[in-house]
Write a protein of this length. Structure first.
Length: 297
């Protein structure tokens, strides 16, 4: 009986710890970039969707921006093509673009279904809808890599309309150029551009890494929080490399353009989103704009 009571009290403590965060972020917009391994594992996928749904139900205004890279590569392989990348970006010819759009739309509607199963209204859109994401051709290391888009403008009206009507928007990263040609967009870029355009309170990246390390080979060099300026110094001093470099640059750009805080989280940890947002300790790396850093630091 005593042990049961202890468990119940622990649950109450967890809820009380979450209370100030719920109050602070009530009616605030949070953008969640969802991709990586957390997307290919059904159990983790359900956990992420439960987290985002809970955020919605306690008063946040979440927007999901999702990738689908691994699934696109799988389908490209099925038609006998080989997935090629330059500077981390997929080389996208006509056929690959067609496959990417079909796969991303399927992923999009699967996520909508999962959210609605949990009793929250969701609407899946792509960057084409309502002129949400305008693009021009993006080059990688000076090479033409086909239909890969660099975002030139964001029209967030469709997102504000959906949030106002109490829907949870789920966005596939596809956009149109000025000639109405379809382009594939890097999901990190899409999430950053959308977070800036809606003045999101938070932008959370669900990735395949625990967060930021000063030295990736030294687990004791983990950084749980840092300012935008400190993050920029890490980049300039050559501490960050590989796939984390463009991601971190995107994070810095976001916090310098209206987003209060960016979180890099390991999407393989069940409920990492809730642990990061609702606990004092957190589980990932938080990048904070310089003004808030000076106040809290």
């Amino acid at each position: 009986m005593e042990k049961d009571m202890e468990k119940v009290l622990q649950k109450a403590e967890v809820l009380i710890e979450a209370l100030p965060y719920i109050q602070r972020f009530n009616r605030k917009i949070i953008v969640v970039k969802y991709g990586g391994s957390a997307m290919s594992n059904t159990e983790l996928q359900k956990n992420v969707i439960k987290d985002v749904t809970l955020l919605k139900l306690v008063g946040f205004k979440p927007i999901i921006v999702h990738g689908g890279g691994k699934e696109i590569s799988r389908w490209v392989g099925k038609v006998g093509k080989e997935a090629k990348f330059v500077g981390g970006l997929r080389v996208t010819d006509d056929e690959t673009m067609e496959i990417a759009e079909m796969v991303l739309n399927k992923v999009n509607k699967d996520l909508v279904t999962m959210v609605q199963e949990l009793g929250v209204k969701a609407v899946g859109i792509s960057g084409k809808d309502g002129g949400l994401l305008g693009v021009e051709k993006k080059y990688a290391e000076g090479q033409d890599i086909g239909f890969v888009g660099e975002i030139t403008n964001v029209n967030p009206k469709v997102l504000f309309d959906l949030l106002e009507k109490d829907f949870l928007p789920i966005v596939a990263p596809i956009g149109l150029d000025e000639h109405y040609q379809t382009y594939n967009i890097n999901a990190d870029d899409g999430a950053c551009a959308i977070a800036k355009a809606v003045n999101a309170e938070k932008l959370a990246f669900l990735t395949d890494i625990e967060g930021l390390y000063k030295d990736i080979n030294d687990k004791t060099s983990f950084i749980s929080r840092l300012s935008a300026t400190q993050a920029k110094e890490l980049v300039e001093d050559g501490f960050i490399g590989g796939g984390m470099l463009p991601k971190l640059n995107s994070c810095i750009s976001a916090v310098r353009n209206g987003v209060k805080r960016v979180h890099i989280l390991d999407g393989r940890i069940p409920h990492c989103l809730l642990l990061e947002i609702f606990t004092r300790q957190g589980v990932g790396t938080a990048i904070i704009n310089d003004e808030d850093w000076e106040i809290s630091g």
